[in-house]
Design a protein around this ligand. Structure first.
Ligand code: SF4
Length: 481
């Protein structure tokens, strides 16, 4: 892709790390951040579209450039064994070292489709200040893929480390060894999306990436002792056959042991792979069953809103210690010391009660009368609530559950760089939510398909038909096989 100075987010750049000059005497540079090792001509970017050659040197164009930050819960990132239910500040940027034709976040990962109006600008200090202002104790690098944001992620994570804020790295992990070693130094939680156990899947559907470097780097993180969880999106008719699931399970057991949590996650049609269906629930549940039968101790079904498919059980007596529904978690069978309340065995979950917060006031914040309801949709069981308010002050958002009498209302807060929170269905019988905020603020609902940051829209049905039109228009960009 050409570096285009008329595109607003390409107008500022920072020196990049992990590159070298070509040894053939040309002005080409070689980027060594990901195993693609793009050879980049002057005036061009690499495959990701956000690292480019200017006058024989490599620069990053996405330093400090993010999409809308969102307050989510740690389960959103396929992390079930670290502070269940913890609030996280989720930050995504732009570009990706892969170009999966089924990408669930393609509007920001594939920069040729990016709307420059979606790009926000934050400094590392802005992020830390927001976490401190709102009492958020985990920063999540997520959405498109943090690999291509490396310089900003490392700088901010080191700062977070000094402030006692944990960091979470959600990635497809197509990244080189030296960069991984920098991450191991400053990232607390790795949630790696292993897209398939077959190299041919990567070659064909991810824009020509390879499997082996990803497996090698997963093993490297595991050997480091950092917290690690693995997820796999079961893409309809692509990687969801039982035989492939068995091979994934076998690799995990052989290389990571039986205690690294595994998540099999339902997919929704997206980007260029629209002529298909969501992963049938029975396929996800069967994959989970195969993993448990193979001997993996913890396997969870993701993107499914039903009871019992993502609970954590005591490894000794089988009692439920953490109950989950969709993206919500409740420690239900743990003593105050974090051990199983039935048999006293130490939990395999790290800091198992650290995500539990004292319930904020159930009363309306003073002066808060502006309210609206969002009813759960057959496709959307989560919603982003975006608030328009003075960023210098903290704005409360009260969320009541509709159609159920037993789940208490909660009050959440936005401020600083954060204007958006996610709320998702918490029980089977819940029909929707009612939101109340102060009169001086405004809010908008954006339904979310599964846990993706995009697509979001005020009308899921028209959004889906819009994607089908986009897909036809974008057929020319189909990744080569
Ligand atoms: S990060 Fe990967 S895709 Fe981007 S320029 Fe570097 S080698 Fe190429």
């Amino acid at each position: 892709m050409k570096i285009d100075p008329t595109v607003s987010w390409m107008q500022e750049r920072r020196p990049a790390s992990h590159w070298e000059k070509s040894r053939d005497g040309s002005a080409q540079v070689i980027c060594n951040l990901s195993p693609r090792h793009c050879r980049i001509d002057d005036g061009q970017t690499g495959h990701c579209g956000v690292r480019g050659n200017v006058g024989g040197e490599l620069f990053t164009f996405n330093y400090g450039k993010s999409v809308e930050a969102t307050m989510e819960f740690i389960e959103t990132e396929a992390v079930n064994h670290f502070r269940p239910g913890a609030k996280i500040l989720s930050l995504g940027n732009i570009g990706c070292m892969m170009s999966c034709d089924f990408c669930q976040n393609w509007r920001t990962s594939q920069v040729r489709h990016l709307d420059p109006a979606e790009v926000r600008r934050y400094s590392p200090q802005d992020i830390i200040d927001t976490c401190k202002m709102l009492g958020i104790k985990v920063i999540s690098w997520t959405y498109n893929d943090p690999v291509v944001w490396h310089e900003f992620v490392v700088e901010t994570s080191r700062m977070a480390q000094r402030e006692g804020i944990a960091t979470l790295y959600k990635s497809a992990f197509y990244i080189e060894t030296e960069a991984v070693d920098e991450l191991i130094d400053c990232i607390d939680i790795f949630s790696i999306s292993l897209k398939s156990i077959e190299d041919r899947f990567y070659r064909k559907f991810t824009g020509g990436a390879h499997l082996q470097p990803i497996l090698d780097m997963i093993r490297r993180v595991h050997a480091s002792g950092r917290h690690l969880e693995i997820s796999q999106l079961l893409v309809t008719d692509r990687n969801d056959a039982e035989e492939e699931t068995r091979r994934t399970n076998a690799w995990i057991l052989e290389n990571l042991g039986d205690r690294v949590p595994l998540h099999y996650v339902a997919f929704h049609p997206a980007y260029l792979y629209m002529a298909t269906t969501r992963t049938p629930p029975e396929v996800v549940l069967r994959a989970r069953q195969l993993a448990l039968e193979a001997g993996i101790k913890y396997c969870y079904a993701g993107n499914m809103f039903r009871e019992g498919v993502a609970d954590t059980r005591c490894p000794a007596c089988g009692a439920t210690t953490v109950s989950r529904f969709g993206l919500n978690a409740r420690p239900v069978g743990l003593r105050a010391d974090g051990c199983c309340s039935q048999c006293g065995t130490q939990s395999d979950v790290k800091d198992p009660l650290g995500g539990v917060e004292p319930d904020a006031s159930h009363d309306l914040p003073p002066g808060a009368t502006r309210s609206g309801e969002f009813l759960w949709h057959r496709e959307a069981n989560s919603v982003h609530i975006e608030v328009g308010a003075d960023p210098a002050s903290v704005c409360p958002i009260r969320v009541e559950r509709l159609g159920t009498g037993d789940v208490a209302a909660r009050t959440y807060f936005v401020g600083g760089i954060l204007r958006r929170i996610i709320v998702s269905r918490q029980t089977d019988d819940e029909t929707g939510i009612r939101v109340t905020i102060p009169d001086k603020a405004t809010f908008t609902f954006y339904p979310v398909l599964d846990r993706a940051h995009f697509p979001v829209s005020e009308d899921i049905d028209s959004e889906l038909s819009g994607y089908r039109k986009d897909r036809e228009a974008m057929a020319a960009h189909q990744p080569s096989e």
